[in-house]
Unconditional design. Structure first.
Length: 485
């Protein structure tokens, strides 16, 4: 990727997302020479008072959120010279927008990235103002992140409002999971290795598990979270994006349109789960107090200090009705306050068709490919071998274990750095197209809708692997979750 100069404007520049994720990501890019000194980082603020203190605030946040060996005083000082604070009143078409214009490079060939780190309720208005003041030239892009709507209808309304001022090709919707290196590695694994691509379908695969488990609770976001729940927060986006990358056909090229159109095909092939099928194929849970990592933590309702039926856990049995995946269950699961933080994809192969080792006490076990995305980046393949030092043909299961950290020297991959630079370089392949977002909502909406009118979430103890009903979802099929650790 070449290091061309660009202007990045972060609306909501003093906020949590900006100071915790976006600005540290740009500092990393700066240290790696990808955010050159000719570039600008404009942070918009709400008040003049904030302008006085923002640079110190940012410096403190860099120290807090960067790893010790990433931060150094001299680079930080140079980086801070590129940071330009400005007060912009998003609600009003006043002169503050001209102050912003004055900080932007007037060269229309230079990329302008407007990152809206502001509430989605004002995305449309912010785009309208940018248009009104003619700040969105042909090399401008707008970057937004969830929550992008609450359901298909509200998402559509939001996208339509933004589309009045920015074309789809200028609109970059972030799913930060797509910016994670190991998630991209999934494509390398699938499409860069003949052996996997030929063993990747209903003929050879028994089922797929995709789990994102978190140890954290709702932190300081209880109000936001309570209106969303795990299905909107994690299933509609991150889990379905991972499912797409596992299930999609090989794109003709790695360009954005080719990748997105394959993902949309998968989303459209997802078998709808509606009405009573929701009770059959989904489980929702809510955590109560328990021990996570040796510490006692409060239950969801205590954290919220209110009553609520919002789910903090969801598990789904999904089917993709197409030629490749016919009748192969995809078990998806995510939850807060679970036993371990882990994001993992498990491809469980079928049993061998005939057992030629009848005398072995150990029967051949079906192969299993495990792709761990975090906390470590690992690829494991469970295979059968012959037990050494044994005269007869006794089998033994072993694991081929590839820890990618051993292969690459410590690199601090940073999803936001990658995604912002991609937006600056007009590479949309790791962003979510409107059609994908709509298809994902269309599948998730009936599930949430059914929950609203039926029962309450099953409770689970913090520090467990979710409600018992989640285990039953798989045992009913003669399977079990592969829990890490
Ligand atoms: C966010 C969700 O999108 O992803 C959070 O809103 C969740 O609730 C987070 O904690 C998990 O991301 P990561 O990168 O920590 O796995």
């Amino acid at each position: 990727m070449s290091a061309q100069a660009f202007d990045l404007v972060i609306f909501g520049g003093g906020g949590d997302l900006s100071c915790r994720k976006l600005i540290p990501a740009m500092y990393r890019a700066f240290k790696e020479g990808m955010f050159t000194p000719e570039s600008r980082l404009i942070v918009t603020l709400r008040t003049k008072e904030e302008v006085g203190s923002i640079k110190d605030h940012i410096l403190n946040k860099l120290i807090e959120f960067l790893k010790a060996d990433e931060y150094d005083v001299s680079s930080a000082q140079q980086f801070m010279t590129l940071v330009k604070p400005v007060v912009v009143d998003i609600a009003e078409a006043n002169d503050s927008w001209l102050d912003l214009e004055a900080l932007l490079d007037s060269d229309v060939t230079r990329a302008r990235v407007f990152y809206l780190a502001i509430p989605p309720t004002i995305f449309g208005l912010c785009c309208e103002q940018l248009d009104h003041f003619k700040l969105n030239h042909e090399n401008s892009r707008v970057v937004v992140e969830k929550p992008l709507g609450y359901d298909a209808a509200s998402a559509n309304e939001l996208h339509s409002k933004m589309a009045l001022y920015f074309d789809e090709s200028q609109t970059f919707r972030i799913d930060h999971y797509l910016g994670k290196e190991p998630v991209q590695n999934l494509m390398a694994l699938r499409f860069g290795n003949t052996m996997f691509e030929h063993l990747w379908d209903a003929k050879t695969i028994d089922h797929v598990q995709i789990s994102i488990s978190e140890e954290v609770g709702v932190e300081g976001r209880a109000n936001f979270y309570d209106a969303a729940g795990a299905a909107r927060d994690m299933l509609q986006n991150h889990l379905l994006q991972l499912l797409c990358l596992v299930a999609m056909e090989s794109p003709n090229t790695l360009n954005a349109d080719d990748i997105r159109s394959e993902k949309v095909k998968v989303l459209k092939a997802l078998r709808p789960i509606i009405d009573e099928d929701v009770d059959l194929h989904t489980v929702r849970g809510q955590y109560v107090a328990g021990q996570v990592n040796g510490s006692m933590v409060r239950g969801y309702l205590e954290e919220l200090d209110d009553n609520s039926t919002t789910e903090t856990f969801v598990a789904v049995r999904a089917f993709i009705d197409n030629w490749r995946w016919s009748q192969v269950p995809f078990y998806l699961r995510t939850g807060k306050r679970l036993a371990k933080r882990c994001a993992e994809i498990v491809i469980q192969y079928k049993d061998v068709s005939h057992n030629v080792f009848p005398n072995s006490s150990q029967k051949p076990r079906a192969n299993r490919l495990v792709i761990r995305l975090q906390p470590e980046e690992k690829i494991q393949l469970h295979v059968m071998t012959k037990q050494l030092d044994c005269l007869d043909m006794t089998l033994k299961p072993v694991t081929l274990d590839l820890n990618l950290a051993d292969t690459y020297d410590a690199v601090y991959s940073d999803a936001y750095k990658r995604l912002i630079l991609d937006a600056a370089h007009n590479n949309a392949s790791l962003f979510v197209h409107r059609e994908e977002a709509t298809a994902a909502w269309t599948w998730v909406d009936p599930i949430i809708e059914h929950w609203r009118s039926s029962g309450t979430p099953s409770l689970y103890r913090s520090g467990s692997w979710g409600p018992d009903a989640s285990d039953r979802l798989l045992t009913a099929d003669g399977r079990r979750w592969f829990n890490v650790g």
